[in-house]
Design a protein around this ligand. Structure first.
Ligand SMILES: [Zn+2]
Length: 112
């Protein structure tokens, strides 16, 4: 499952950060999730909580911030929200650069 691979990667980063910052307990993980990733937040959260058991991130709060898909139009240069159909909502051009929505990033990790 996609979500579990991401959670595994997430924990590699958590371990790295906690070593670097000398953290013994992770209290909060703030995560940016782009809509393009088609990840179900509930499954992701569940995978995170399962993986966190008996680690320093046990009971850590996972904040998932959903980033909507935005594109910049190559014809009119405007930035628009992209839903299911990929075209500019201003001029109808299909020549869009996706600038947001691909995120799969840890924004910050809090702990002590
Ligand atoms: Zn346009």
């Amino acid at each position: 499952m996609h979500e579990i691979a991401i959670v595994n990667h997430l924990f590699e980063i958590i371990n790295e950060v906690s070593k670097k910052e000398n953290l013994s307990k992770i209290s909060q993980v703030n995560f940016l999730l782009g809509e393009m990733q088609q990840i179900v937040p509930e499954i992701f959260r569940f995978a995170f909580e399962s993986a966190a058991e008996n680690t320093i991130a046990q009971n850590a709060i996972l904040n998932i911030e959903i980033v909507s898909i935005k594109g910049q139009c190559n014809s009119c240069n405007k930035i628009c929200d992209v839903k299911k159909v990929f075209y500019c909502s201003f001029c109808g051009s299909k020549d869009l650069n996706i600038i947001n929505g691909n995120e799969l990033i840890i924004k910050s990790i809090e702990g002590e």
